[in-house]
Design a protein around this ligand. Structure first.
Ligand code: PGA
Length: 257
């Protein structure tokens, strides 16, 4: 088999990650966490489950999830360790309150906060030093896809966002075409396969080993399309926004594995 295009998709445990974004109050977050523990308990042999609540709810959620195998993550962190940085949250702080993952470079951070790939790389270094696994997001926008630049854009983002300390153990990559996020539109399986293969190939250039590298797809994943997406080759899980906010739809995705 050509190792260039080979990833252990079938053998690898999938990662299903819920990105709760800026939704809900503390009661909502606690209720959702409790509901998810019960709902996914029969699926934990097939999938790793992660939820990423807003910063202010992480403590409550992590306490509820303690001992359950469902993991907690942050949606962002800063690259500095500590100091006079009003409003920032460090990677060590996330680790301290029970996070094992952090999402970095989500397109909403890139779009609304002007985050560059260089900044994402610096954040990833801090996160790895704190012992967090990073989920590094990449993806092209609609105009870039229409102009045939999708791979060039994603390739550049990967090149610049992955720090030299990234490994297939401490890093997960999430391919999220910007035009598919929250829009109800999803990429076609062939486009997902092609891009995931390309990401795998690019990652081979950057990382020492890619045999355990997980590449997630994100963008309007829902129970109705999850089976097709999750069964696509080189797709090792999903990053889910809207559909992760209800136990029913989150379980509807998890149960397709
Ligand atoms: P969506 O969001 O599932 O609501 O499209 C995905 C994401 O932004 O991670």
């Amino acid at each position: 088999m050509n190792s260039f295009f080979y990833s252990k998709s079938e053998e690898m445990k999938k990662l299903i990650a819920g990105n709760w974004k800026m939704h809900g109050d503390k009661d909502f977050a606690s209720g959702l966490a409790k509901g998810i523990i019960n709902a996914v308990s029969n699926h934990l042999d097939k999938a790793d489950i992660l939820v990423c609540p807003p910063f202010v709810h992480i403590d409550a959620v992590a306490n509820i999830l303690k001992g359950s195998q469902v993991e907690t993550g942050g949606q962002d962190c800063t690259y500095v360790e500590e100091g006079a940085y009003t409003g920032d949250v460090s990677a060590n702080m996330l680790k301290d309150i029970g996070c094992s993952y952090v999402i970095l470079g989500h397109s909403e951070r890139r779009q609304y906060h002007g985050e560059t790939s260089e900044l994402v790389s610096k954040k990833a270094i801090a996160a790895h030093q704190a012992g967090l696994t990073t989920i590094i997001c990449v993806g092209e926008n609609e105009a870039e896809r229409k102009n045939g630049q999708a791979q060039a854009v994603v390739g550049k983002q990967l090149e610049e966002s992955l720090p030299s300390c990234a490994t297939d153990q401490n890093t997960v990559i999430a391919y999220e075409p910007v035009w598919a996020i929250g829009s109800g539109l999803t990429a076609q399986p062939i486009d997902i396969l092609t891009m995931h293969r390309f990401i795998y190939e690019k990652a081979q250039e950057k990382l020492e080993s890619v045999s355990d590298l997980r590449i997630l797809y994100g963008g309007s994943v829902k129970p109705e399309n999850a089976a097709e997406i999750l069964n696509t080759e080189h797709v090792h899980g999903a990053l889910i926004g809207g559909a992760s906010l209800k136990v029913e739809s989150f379980l509807g995705i998890v149960s397709q594995i």
